[in-house]
Design a protein around this ligand. Structure first.
Ligand code: NAD
Length: 466
């Protein structure tokens, strides 16, 4: 299934209609915005739930239970959180007034940015499109959404949902690939929220610079997982298996590779193998709990990474079976992976886990710090001293201690990267803030001290100013 691209004329028309409507949407009350969010919740959770599950099965055989957890639950949880807090988020926030400014009051008014663009990826089509949409709507913006062209069935359902819940001059979906994005990026949006690769993130930021449009960039990269000599290996392996092979490893915060203390390597591999078999059976291809890679091109890319690493000395110790025409790649563990091979030079974004060993934790820290700042860094350890040492000497967008990827689910935490893994944060208040302008408002009530210091300057005034 390939959707028709939205024409340039149609995109321009939607943009102009949203621009004209932005103050109407921006002046909606808490109650009105909540009504929109409730309607979106009902559409995702009830009316279109089955359509979403079917679409994602058609797009990459994503099991319905995975869809429920990582698409529907995540979206409805974000809406519930916004419904609970929106009244408070939208209130003006008083700030202190210095003595020298007596006779005035100051406050922060969170006003909508205006007309916003959301460009989303394919790996969690609903979650990563409607997640930012919830924040944008909560903050009172109009929105144009451009979902990924790689999951056309999911995009088609999202279109139906958006058309059911919103008018086109409030929220609209446009479809298409690079050409469509390129045209959208020429328009003077007030904010762009992009989720995707660092390479495309740079294109988005360069385009935004032409209009000095603010950006939130939710990007990717290699997220390391450290398992030290004090870690509980059994639970670490279970949690890493889940986080790595969920959605076939096509998760921006999946553990990209593991650095395990050399004394624990064998125990860790034994436990990983037990979990892989427990989760997906002896033949994961037959498992209805294991999805496919999104398409043949990405399967070919992943098989190529494995081949390159093996040609340089790596060993595939588990999995490795693939069928490119069916976009299938088994859960795969690889050891002895050279640092200059494809598996360690690229974000893997698939079901392949390099397992590397270390003796000295400072070597691991040095290696991580020599690369780009990761979107996530995971630490499995029973030692607070080790945990603090690793945290205090590295940088990462987010971290889980003794777990992986689950920080995404807590809407009280900011979610996002730093530098190459992203700019700005999303989820909960942080998402609302990303789509808002914090307008600083100063209100004069009584004559202020400054008035006594205005020209002409007498000697007394000069002394006071000094
Ligand atoms: P991508 O960057 O290829 O595409 C993302 C979106 O950008 C799509 O809608 C696509 O149509 C559009 N696009 C592609 N090329 C473009 C161009 N030249 N100009 C303008 N727009 C363009 O990413 P992807 O393959 O869909 O997703 C995988 C990447 O996304 C990984 O790097 C992953 O880590 C990252 N990701 C990050 C997060 C996060 O929350 N930080 C979440 C999911 C995925």
């Amino acid at each position: 299934m390939v959707a028709d691209s939205t024409s340039v004329e149609q995109i321009n028309k939607i943009f102009e209609s949203q621009k004209a409507n932005q103050y109407t949407v921006g002046n909606t009350t808490v109650k009105e915005r909540k009504a929109k969010l409730k309607a979106l919740k009902k559409a995702v959770e009830v009316t279109f739930r089955k359509d979403i599950q079917d679409a994602m099965m058609a797009d990459f055989k994503k099991p319905a239970a995975d869809v429920d957890l990582s698409e529907i639950f995540v979206v409805t949880a974000e809406i519930k959180h916004a419904l609970h807090h929106l009244g408070q988020w939208m209130q003006d926030k008083s700030v202190d007034t210095p003595m020298s400014m007596m006779g005035s009051k100051s406050y922060i008014k969170y006003e909508p940015k205006g007309v916003c663009l959301i460009i989303s990826p394919w790996n969690f089509p609903i979650n990563l499109t409607f997640g930012p949409l919830i924040s944008a709507v909560a903050a009172g913006n109009t929105v144009i959404i451009k979902p990924s062209e790689m999951t056309p069935n999911s995009s088609a359902v999202m279109r139906k949902i958006v058309e059911t819940v919103f008018n086109e001059n409030e929220v609209a979906i446009v479809e298409g690939a690079v050409e469509t994005s390129t045209h959208l990026l020429d328009l003077p949006f007030n904010h762009i929220f992009f989720t995707g690769s660092p390479q495309v993130g740079k294109i988005v930021m360069a385009a935004a610079a032409k209009h000095l449009t603010s950006v939130t960039l939710e990007l990717g990269g290699k997220s390391p997982t450290i398992i030290d000599e004090t870690a509980n290996i059994k639970s670490a392996a279970k949690r890493v298996t889940w986080a790595k092979f969920f959605n076939t490893g096509q998760v921006c915060i999946a553990p990209d590779y593991v650095m395990v203390h050399e004394d624990k390597k064998d125990a860790f591999i034994t436990e990983m193998n037990k979990n892989i078999t427990h989760f997906f059976g002896d033949n994961p291809k037959q498992s209805d709990s294991y999805s496919r890679v999104v398409n043949q091109k990405h399967t070919h890319r992943l098989v190529g990474y494995i081949q390159d690493s093996v040609s340089k000395g790596a060993n595939v110790i588990t999995g490795g079976q693939s069928n490119e025409s069916e976009s299938y790649l088994a859960p795969t563990l690889v050891t002895d992976v050279p640092r200059d091979s494809a598996l360690m030079q690229n974000e893997i974004f698939g079901p392949v886990l390099p397992i590397l060993t270390y003796k000295n934790i400072d070597d691991v820290i040095g290696e991580i710090n020599a690369g780009e700042i990761p979107l996530a860094l995971y630490i499995y350890s029973g030692s607070n001293k080790n945990i603090n040492h690793i945290q205090n000497n590295t940088r990462a967008g987010g971290t889980c201690i003794n777990n992986s990827a689950v920080h995404f689910f807590n809407n009280n935490l900011p979610f996002g990267g730093s530098n190459n893994s992203g700019i700005g944060k999303s989820h909960g208040f942080f998402g609302f803030e990303a789509f808002s302008n914090a307008r600083g408002v100063y209100r004069q009530i009584l004559p202020g001290a400054l008035e006594f210091l205005m020209p002409p300057y007498s000697n007394l005034k000069r002394k006071l100013i000094e």
